[in-house]
Write a protein that binds this ligand. Structure first.
Ligand code: NAD
Length: 490
């Protein structure tokens, strides 16, 4: 059963200087339900450079007063916004599923986690402080103050359209910065709900501005304005590189980018566990997680046993709209996603990898309304194949054979990305060695490559991140403040 079609899509506006307003372009675009491409979930402003400029200027004007606002007042606003998300969790989860496609339970989890993130930073942000330094002069104190930067551009992707903006906007606001927020054009509605929650929380006008639109129209103007002191971006490595080239040297950047995350299965692994972690890490959300498992590097002696367990589990996965019970293979988020994933499946076949399972664009019956691809397993993959090197961002797993731990780690590290990696082993020494040898920002043992705690640092290395500042946890506050060193003699 697919979800009921909504009769007429509502129109949503930008928020600039505390006013909800239409774009000067007088143009709009629709947010489409990927489980039913005939359903327009909402209609949003196709903003112009001029709209963005006004949003940045409004944030700039609001900065001084917001930076001087008591931290406890800023925290109270985040708390109230968090409660608003909790109170509307069912509605916002349903909207998230209609707009992005993920199973509604996962969507609800994302709404709640976003509320928790606001609450977490309401507390942590109030104790984010400087240091005092011992020195020789008895008539002097030396300390550091942490000060906000100014206007922050927040640019986010569609795959976690609420929780990623929440983990950027909450630490930005609690430390006294003002924000211009541009969400992905695939998922503007849930982003709008976060803004609505913060406005309901009592944010003064201009402190948070919201502009929707296409990056080809407004991408550059979001980052190259001199008032923008920092850009926090999550998205593809290609877009991140372009932004990095566009910003001035004194604009701080935080880029959380793509991944090609490996899971190594050692000969001593619990094979059932390895198969379960592969399925959950690789196919959950139809593989559309930046930390999703896309390469499985398996020891030769257990390969057949592992593939059998993996195949059994994969065959039992349910595909359907996010509103159906027990679905893991949800639709891909957009037509662009569908085309890209199918392109890589073709590339895998042409490169000579063996298609063990899946690889189809599923179009029977109601599936024809959405963007469905069956869970796909390629074996006989060699490390240099494109399907073993490039991010696919869909339900496609490349299985690569290795003959030793050293070879497995060499293959795991032999890509340009370094976001997340995991090993399945019962050998403590191998596990420990792996945490040192692997080049990734997040390393796991006997756990999925996916998932990260709200209170622990998160980010990648190599082309998965600018590696400047981490997101999440206390470390997530550092990006939004600068250090002033103060010498006071008396
Ligand atoms: P994307 O790069 O296409 O877009 C991300 C956002 O950037 C969107 O809002 C888009 O409109 C905007 N954008 C694109 N080009 C821009 C430009 N030149 N200037 C300014 N803004 C620009 O990515 P996507 O398809 O939305 O998301 C999928 C990608 O995000 C994958 O590569 C995935 O790995 C990555 N991702 C990374 C993390 C992480 O934490 N490392 C988390 C989630 C997703």
């Amino acid at each position: 059963m697919f979800h009921v079609i909504v009769a007429k899509a509502e129109r949503y506006k930008n928020l600039i200087n505390g006013q909800w307003e239409e774009s000067s372009s007088e143009k709009t675009f629709g947010s489409i339900n990927p489980a039913n491409k005939e359903e327009v979930v909402g209609v949003f402003q196709a903003s112009t450079k001029e709209d963005v400029k006004r949003a940045i200027e409004s944030a700039d004007r609001a900065f001084e007063s917001w930076a001087a606002t008591a931290p406890s007042k800023r925290a109270a606003i985040l708390d109230k916004a968090a409660q608003y998300l909790i109170d509307h969790a069912d509605q916002f989860a349903e909207e998230l599923t209609r707009e992005e496609g993920k199973p509604v339970n996962a969507a609800r989890g994302e709404v709640i986690r976003s509320a928790q993130t606001l609450k977490y930073y309401a507390v942590e942000g109030q104790s984010h402080s400087g240091e005092t330094f011992p020195q020789d002069d008895p008539d002097m104190d030396v300390s550091t103050r942490l000060e906000p930067l100014g206007v922050i551009s927040v640019i986010t992707p569609w795959n976690f359209p609420l929780s990623i903006p929440a983990r950027k906007i909450a630490p930005a606001l609690i430390t006294g910065n003002t924000v211009v927020f541009k969400p992905s054009s695939e998922t503007p509605l849930v982003a709008y709900r976060l803004v609505e929650a913060l406005v309901h929380g009592g944010l003064p006008q201009g402190v948070l501005n919201f502009v929707t639109g296409h990056s080809s129209d407004i991408g550059d103007s979001l980052v190259d304005h001199p008032a923008v002191k920092a850009v926090t971006f999550t998205g593809s490595t290609g877009a991140g590189e372009r932004i990095q080239r566009n910003v001035s040297f004194d604009t701080r950047t935080q880029m959380e980018l793509g991944g090609k995350n490996p899971l190594i299965v050692m000969e001593d692994a619990d094979i059932e566990l390895a198969a379960k972690l592969t399925v959950n890490g690789g196919f959950n959300l139809s593989g559309q997680a930046c930390t999703g498992t896309s390469r499985v590097i398996v020891m030769k002696e257990v390969k057949e046993k592992f593939l059998k367990a993996l195949l059994d589990k994969t065959k039992s996965l349910k595909m359907g709209s996010g509103f159906e019970e027990g679905v893991m293979i949800c639709p891909l988020a957009s037509e662009k996603q569908l085309k890209n994933v199918l392109k890589y499946i073709d590339i895998g076949k042409q490169e000579g990898a063996s298609l063990l399972y899946g690889g189809e664009h599923v179009e029977e019956g109601d599936f024809s309304k959405g963007y469905y691809v069956s869970p796909t397993i390629f074996t006989d993959v060699t490390p240099s194949m494109r399907i073993a090197q490039e991010e696919i961002f869909g339900p496609v797993i490349a299985v690569i054979e290795a003959s030793s731990y050293e070879e497995a780690v060499r293959i795991a590290n032999g890509v340009e990305y370094g976001l997340s990696a995991s090993i399945v082993t019962t050998n403590l020494k191998t596990a420990q060695r792996f945490t040192r040898d692997i080049k990734a920002g997040t390393v796991k043992v006997n756990r999925t490559t996916t998932g990260n705690l709200m209170n622990a640092p998160f980010g990648g290395i190599k082309k998965s991140s600018t590696s400047t500042f981490r997101e999440s946890g206390r470390a997530g506050l550092d990006f939004f403040t600068q250090i002033k060193t103060v010498y006071v003699g008396y």
